[in-house]
Design a protein around this ligand. Structure first.
Ligand code: HAM
Length: 419
């Protein structure tokens, strides 16, 4: 029986892998511009980190984590997201003692046992940023702008921004009481999940997609009408900042996130082209998370972007991707193959991407192979060329030909490529 990749996972094959490299490179470029530095945390962490960080009653912790005991009996979880690990690392490495804020970015695989569908996988990849150590609402605006810059840079324009404030530890508890009371009165009309959530996580009821629940949610008390003065003020500052940068947004008072650590600003950048999994990137503030994990009252804010979703949106779009090679060496006969192999390695040592045939194919088949490999130039080496020390370089796109002295092959190819 053949073995296939586990459900909800994908192989990223060439030429698609070039698209991934391109996206990761663009993300890095934007982060350089914004002065965000890369952080790499382990793929697996202690399970407690996510229980405490994301929240016990969230879907992720209740149903979606890949958790197992390692051989030492420790409970380990494949990271379902990147924020809690970044915060763990920040605390463990005592980075709070250095100049704040710390601005991080990361990109890599995350794991959630979800029901796979278009845009939703069990192993997926996020590019994310986290800023630790500043509660200035302009930082919230900065990261939204960073994400939008990235989307624009890769050629997307069809997306919209939704924002909300989910309050803080002062104003949220009384709001949650109000919400509980409201939903308890209409309990019978809610779906099973929502009935359960009234007690465990009433905020999540606002996120229910069931039509009959939507009717009830419409008239529920709004968090933005129940914010304390500081949260209200901060939310105004976020909106003003977005206005200053001419970033259009919709205020959505029912926007709550699936992770419990959020406070104040919550946002989602969505596209109608993505169907039900419509968030390209999403995040917000988590001013209580660092204290929850590490007993230090330090604020944080960040987002994560689903690279698979971005890839879906980029399908069929022309990207500035170089997936071919500079030169392909065609050889005729054994001694030419040996010499060709030498030239191949000289070219590579000079920084030129080069390849050759390893099947002893005919010249015609080697030319076809060069075409398949999307080579800019070919050169044919046979006994005649080796004896004269000269050969012909052919530009595969224009058909132009250039005579070249073999001892100067690398320089000649470099010159041609530069021009
Ligand atoms: P999240 O909303 O769970 O937030 O995920 C962020 C993004 O990751 C989503 O908008 C989506 O693009 C992508 N994503 C999530 N789950 C899947 C999946 N199963 N398959 C494919 N793509 C997916 C977080 O993860 C937070 N850590 C974001 C954050 C950072 N908040 C503050 N800082």
């Amino acid at each position: 029986m053949t073995i296939n990749a586990p459900r909800g996972t994908n192989d990223i094959l060439p030429p698609d892998s070039f698209k991934w490299q391109y996206l990761e490179e663009k993300a890095k470029e934007i982060c350089r511009k914004y002065n965000y530095k890369e952080i790499r945390t382990p793929i697996f962490e202690s399970t407690d980190l996510f229980i405490r960080g994301i929240g016990e009653s969230t879907d992720i912790v209740e149903k979606e984590m890949y958790t197992f005991k390692d051989k030492g009996g420790r409970s380990i979880t494949l990271r379902p997201e990147g924020t809690a690990p970044v915060v763990r690392s920040f605390i463990e490495n005592k980075l709070y003692g250095k100049a704040l804020p710390f601005k991080f970015f990361y990109s890599g695989p995350m794991f959630r046992y979800e029901r796979p569908q278009a845009g939703r996988y069990r192993q997926f990849h996020q590019f994310g940023v986290e800023v630790l150590g500043s509660d200035n609402p302009l930082v919230d605006v900065e990261i939204i702008k960073l994400g939008i810059d990235f989307l624009k840079e890769v050629g997307l324009s069809d997306f919209f921004v939704e924002i909300n404030s989910v309050g803080c530890k002062e104003c949220r508890p009384p709001y949650l009481e109000k919400l509980k009371n409201y939903f308890s009165e209409v309990n019978q009309e809610l779906c099973g999940d929502c009935k359960r959530r009234i007690e465990t996580n009433p905020l999540r009821v606002l996120d229910c997609k069931v039509e009959s629940c939507q009717e009830i949610i419409k008239d529920a008390p709004k968090i933005t009408d129940n914010l304390c003065d500081k949260c209200k003020d901060d939310f105004e500052k976020v909106k003003n900042g977005l206005n200053t940068l001419k970033i259009e947004y919709r205020e959505v008072p029912t926007l709550v996130r699936g992770l419990d650590y959020y406070t104040n600003t919550a946002f989602e950048i969505k596209s109608d082209e993505l169907g039900s999994q419509d968030a390209i990137f999403a995040g917000g503030r988590y001013n209580g998370l660092i204290e929850e994990i590490g007993d230090r009252d330090i604020p944080g804010v960040g987002f994560a972007l689903g690279l698979e979703r971005l890839e879906i949106l980029l399908e069929g779009k022309e990207l500035d991707i170089e997936s071919g090679i500079d030169i392909y060496i065609v050889t005729i006969g054994e001694s030419a193959e040996r010499e060709g192999f030498k030239y191949l390695n000289q070219l590579r040592e000079s920084g030129i991407s080069a390849d050759k045939d390893y099947f002893g194919r005919s010249v015609k088949s080697q030319m076809k192979d060069a075409d398949r490999k999307n080579s800019n130039y070919t050169i044919i080496l046979g006994n005649e060329e080796l004896e004269s020390g000269q050969a012909t370089l052919r530009n595969m796109k224009s058909g132009e030909e250039f005579s070249v002295v073999l001892s100067e092959l690398s320089e000649k190819v470099s010159d041609l490529l530069d021009n």
